[in-house]
Design a protein around this ligand. Structure first.
Ligand code: NAP
Ligand code: ZN
Ligand code: ZN
Length: 347
């Protein structure tokens, strides 16, 4: 066991504070990672505030982890000391069910994967995430950060990158396809970059035009304010794919009306409240509404390679650990450009 400095929420809705946690001894197939950077995902905030379900406290959030391997177990074959690596939302799964075998560990049918934090590992101990100086992870749940991507801008790709890449691939974003990204936050800004790099025509649907210049710079072809009712009239029946990254419930009938025939609205944002959908919004044009969770481990590596090849890192604001609580407030106020990343040396 190693004692490691970390930032934790001691109780639901309580401010995060410095503490120490124990990491397990490095096992045969484990790698020890010296964490350098950890992104702040809105999911960290939902969970630290008990917004989705009762959480496990104290909670060390963080599932956008980038660092360097500092020790490997005797059976590790894929990584060596000094490798630049990342860890995302999962640290284990059953590895035997159909989905795990198909590289869809995030949809493990044996009760889901083991989440990086706010979960219980196979050893019966709580899992603690990336707001910490070190983590021990089985090598099968570690990915390689390609040369050409620096670790600070790579960290957010481990959740925001894969969560947008996976559905864009699944629903075939590419040349000739019109993709709308709703919400220009952490996920949204990566959705814009990735959809653009895939060759799609990209439209941002943001609450206002405040971030229009950024959106166009990130790769959007068009940018509209959803606060303006004319937007919904002008764009009716336009999109093949709407990627909704908003953390709060929306007027789904209004957004579904923007899909063309056979279009899909895929919701990766996970509001805390139930949402209401009127089926008449779907039937007239055989529209679909769906959701998607992160991506599998192999697909996460594919996404990192794709981002490196296209020069896509996250746009980040690097903060010290002492600024985490303020960053949470700013994310909740949609005041983030476009991902807060913690320099874990400051913990
Ligand atoms: P974020 O950085 O806060 O971005 C969300 C964006 O949504 C905001 O920047 C804002 O963009 C827009 N927004 C916020 N409140 C809104 C409201 N009331 N009405 C309309 N638009 C609003 O959050 P994130 O880290 O990208 O995460 C977004 C959501 O995805 C969260 O619910 C998170 O838990 C979820 N998530 C899901 C997965 C998955 O696997 N499915 C993975 C990661 C995260 P504008 O200012 O441009 O309007
Ligand atoms: Zn996340
Ligand atoms: Zn499984």
């Amino acid at each position: 066991m190693t004692t490691v400095a970390a930032y934790a929420a001691p109780a639901p809705k309580a401010p995060l504070e410095r503490t120490t946690i124990e990491r397990r001894a490095v096992g045969e197939f484990d790698v020890l990672i010296d964490i350098e950077f950890a992104g702040i995902c809105h999911s960290d905030i939902h969970q630290a505030q008990d917004g989705w379900r009762p959480g496990i406290f104290p909670m060390v959030p963080g599932h956008e982890i980038a660092g360097v391997v500092s020790e490997v177990g005797s059976g590790v074959t894929r990584f060596a000391v000094g490798d630049r690596v990342g860890v995302g939302c999962m640290v284990d799964s059953c590895r035997e069910c159909d989905n795990c075998r198909a590289g869809l560990e995030q949809y493990c049918t044996k009760g889901g994967p083991t989440w990086t934090y706010n979960d219980t590992g196979k050893d019966g101990e709580p899992t603690y995430g990336g707001y910490a100086q070190k983590i021990v992870v089985d090598e099968n749940f570690v990915v390689r950060v390609p040369e050409g991507l620096s670790l600070d801008v790579a960290a957010p790709l481990l959740c925001a990158g894969i969560t947008t890449y996976s559905p864009l691939r699944h629903w075939n974003a590419g040349p000739g396809k019109k993709v709308a990204v709703v919400g220009l936050g952490g996920l949204g800004h990566m959705g814009v970059k990735i959809a653009h790099a895939m060759g799609a025509e990209v439209t941002v649907l943001s609450q206002s035009l405040r971030k229009k210049d950024d959106g166009l710079r990130l790769g959007a072809d068009h940018y509209y304010a959803t606060g303006d009712p004319d937007t919904f009239e002008e764009l009716a029946g336009t999109f093949d794919i709407i990627l909704n990254t908003v953390s709060a419930p929306l007027d789904f009938a209004a957004y579904l009306s923007l899909l063309r025939t056979d279009g899909t609205m895929v919701n990766v944002g996970l509001p805390e409240e139930p949402v209401q959908i009127v089926l008449q919004s779907l039937f007239g044009n055989r529209r679909s509404i769906s959701s998607s969770g992160i991506g599998g481990i192999a697909e996460t590596q594919e996404m990192l390679d794709f981002c490196a090849q296209h020069g896509l890192g996250a746009e980040i604001e690097l903060i010290s650990a002492a600024e985490i609580n303020e960053a949470y407030e700013r994310v909740q106020a949609s005041d983030v450009r476009y991902r807060f990343v913690i320099d874990t040396a400051t913990i």
